[in-house]
Design a protein around this ligand. Structure first.
Ligand SMILES: [Cu+2]
Length: 562
């Protein structure tokens, strides 16, 4: 028993489960906080969709909605789903749970720093939720926080004016600090704590994708932190960084926001690509196709992701020649991602597939994400984007990119590693019911929006009654179908919650390697003890270097640990 494990037994409950420095506990804390925030984000969507489908009517559990509340709900829905669900679940939780144990380490390089990262994140969550309850309510300027609206239109400033907006900026800044601290841990641990023999091209895809995601985050976040600080100064002390009357420029903030915002979508997509590789290679019983190609494509996409941001600003008055440049780079970035997706599909060729719940969510991700990806290519061309910018076509597009990434990818990961970290099996039937209800209702919520968007339905509008063309029976039916499907999508997530809690309490005990997978975490006990391995594993070949592809008993890398 390692020294780590001995001292662990003497720890108090608070040290073990609250202020724990164990990467697995910290991962769980991020996961649970992120999932709770997902329900809050989903409930906000229920609110504003009910207003859209049944304008002006009292909404069950909420009452009548005002235009101000509508703006608050859409702003906080976007903010929460991107920053308080996608990031903590896909990056912080999965990174903490998986990186050390997949590389054969007993913990992160800086465990105490890691604990601090979670509690700074927790504080940012408290500040964000508190903003709902201050005078004037939470921030309502859109999750992209564009000035002049986000700076109160420069009509008034000072701490008291729009406290909710100030708290929003502070909460986002605090969260970025938490992820910067966490990111340092991810990078140093991956570089310095790999088990003997675990060379770079023997690393599981999951670890490569986590490392790439964190590096993109670290390089992209700086300008937005500066931009947010300038916005807070404009709001509180009356500087004019974004105020044309004071020599400032509101478009500057848009550039700083999207210089981060677009690479950010890959920060959350890459962990899901990692999940896809681990789940598909396990349930297709075949090594991932094009291991090195996927890694090179990811590195290429990582660089390209820093030169596409202005495709969000085609109608912000940027130089048309710049619009052409950003159209070209945006369409180019679909090349490496097509390679990655096709490589995943190629893995299935001549494989023997087990349609377990994680595999269903992984395959669901591919199918749904492709709709997001292909419509992204349309929107990448400025000629088309000028027509549909800020309409529900764009809303449908990015939900077809983000929901498969965050929910299908995240759920595939949770179901896949549940036996490892909880030590019990989940209920497979409930898992499949959850998958099919989620998939069908998800498509009914968002696919119709492509059509209402093409019909000119703009986003962020509380009441469409002044536009007759947007109040036709066809458009109203789309709004109602989308809203009712959203309620089904939201409620079907409780099947997942029930399955997780019941299985964690009384599910059948899980063996060390129930899926016969090949990465190192499956060599540790289920659940893994503090310190993970009784002795550090020594790796002799990579997880995807199978001797005879297709024969399950070969799926155990030759290490001296067992
Ligand atoms: Cu973008």
């Amino acid at each position: 028993m390692s020294t780590n494990q001995t001292s662990h037994h003497q720890m108090t409950f608070v040290q073990k489960y609250i202020f724990s420095t164990d990467h697995k506990v910290i991962g769980m804390q991020y996961m649970i906080t992120g999932l709770i925030m997902a329900f809050l984000g989903g409930f906000l969507a229920y609110g504003f969709r009910m207003q859209l489908a049944f304008p002006g009517e009292a909404i069950p559990l909420l009452g009548k909605m005002t235009a101000g509340q509508y703006n608050e709900f859409i702003t906080m829905h976007g903010t929460i789903m991107i920053f308080w669900v996608a990031m903590p679940v896909l990056l912080a939780a999965l990174g903490n749970l998986l990186i050390p144990i997949m590389i054969g380490a007993d913990d992160m390089a800086f465990p105490t720093l890691n604990m601090i990262s979670y509690w700074v994140f927790f504080l940012s969550t408290v500040v964000l939720i508190a903003s709902f309850f201050v005078p004037g309510g939470a921030f309502a300027g859109g999750w992209t926080a564009y000035p002049p609206l986000s700076a109160n239109g420069y009509t008034a400033h000072g701490w008291s004016v729009g406290l909710g907006g100030n708290l929003w900026i502070i909460a986002v800044a605090l969260e970025f600090v938490a992820f910067l601290i966490g990111g340092i841990n991810f990078i140093v641990t991956t570089f310095n704590m790999r088990a003997p023999g675990l060379t770079w091209f023997r690393l599981p895809m999951m670890v490569w994708m986590m490392l790439s995601a964190v590096l993109i985050f670290m390089f992209a976040v700086g300008p937005l932190i500066a931009g947010a600080a300038m916005l807070l100064l404009d709001r509180t002390v009356g500087t004019g960084f974004y105020n044309p009357a004071a020599g400032g420029d509101p478009i500057l903030f848009q550039h700083m926001f999207w210089f981060f915002g677009h690479p950010e979508v890959y920060v959350i997509l890459l962990p899901t690509i990692g999940v896809l590789a681990e789940v598909m290679t396990t349930f297709a019983r075949k090594p991932i196709f094009g291991y090195k190609m996927i890694i090179y494509a990811t590195i290429g996409a990582g660089f390209l992701s820093f030169v596409v941001w202005a495709h969000h600003q085609f109608i912000a008055g940027i130089d048309p020649r710049m619009a052409t440049f950003f159209s070209i780079t945006t369409i180019m970035i679909s090349i490496p991602f097509s390679l990655i997706i096709f490589a995943s599909i190629a893995t299935l060729w001549k494989s023997s597939i087990t349609l377990s719940t994680p595999m269903l969510f992984a395959l669901g991700f591919i199918g749904e994400f492709l709709i997001g990806g292909v419509t992204g290519i349309y929107l990448g061309s400025s000629a088309f984007d000028i027509y549909v910018h800020d309409t529900y076509f764009v809303i449908a597009h990015f939900h077809y990119a983000l929901i498969p990434t965050v929910f299908f990818g995240g759920l595939a990961a949770i179901y896949f590693w549940f036996p490892k970290f909880i030590g019990r099996m989940y209920n497979e039937t409930l898992g499949k019911v959850h998958f099919w209800l989620t998939t069908i209702s998800f498509n009914l919520v968002f696919f119709p929006l492509f059509f209402s968007g093409m019909a000119g339905e703009h986003r962020r509008i509380f009441d469409y009654s002044m536009w007759k063309s947007l109040m036709t029976p066809e458009i109203m039916n789309i709004r109602i179908i989308s809203t009712l499907a959203l309620i089904v999508l939201f409620l079907s997530q409780f099947i997942f919650v029930f399955n997780m809690i019941k299985s964690a309490l009384s599910g059948p005990k899980a063996e060390k390697n129930p899926w016969k997978s090949n990465t190192l975490e499956w060599q540790a006990d289920s659940p893994p003890p503090h310190g993970n391995f009784a002795q550090t594993p020594v790796v002799h070949r990579g997880p995807y270097e199978y001797s005879v592809p297709g024969r399950s008993e070969d799926y155990w890398p030759q290490t001296s640990a067992n």
